[in-house]
Design a protein. Structure first.
Length: 65
């Protein structure tokens, strides 16, 4: 059974099989638009609110940080 491209880019909706491919794509294609990056896992976000939500969900950051 082959890989299904199921991870979609939230900027342009292009689909990828692996998270690493998506991250590389976002850095190269959308890098200039994504000015917020997570220091924990190197994901990129276009606004501070998305990054803050990510940090709270994925890395258990508290709101008062």
């Amino acid at each position: 059974m082959g890989f299904f491209k199921k991870i979609a880019c939230d900027v342009c909706n292009r689909k990828f099989s692996h998270q690493e491919e998506l991250m590389n794509h976002k850095q190269i294609v959308h890098g200039k638009d994504l000015q917020y990056d997570c220091k924990e896992c190197k994901k990129y976000f276009s606004n501070m609110e998305d990054m803050r939500t990510h940090l709270q969900r994925e890395h258990s950051y508290k709101k008062d940080r």
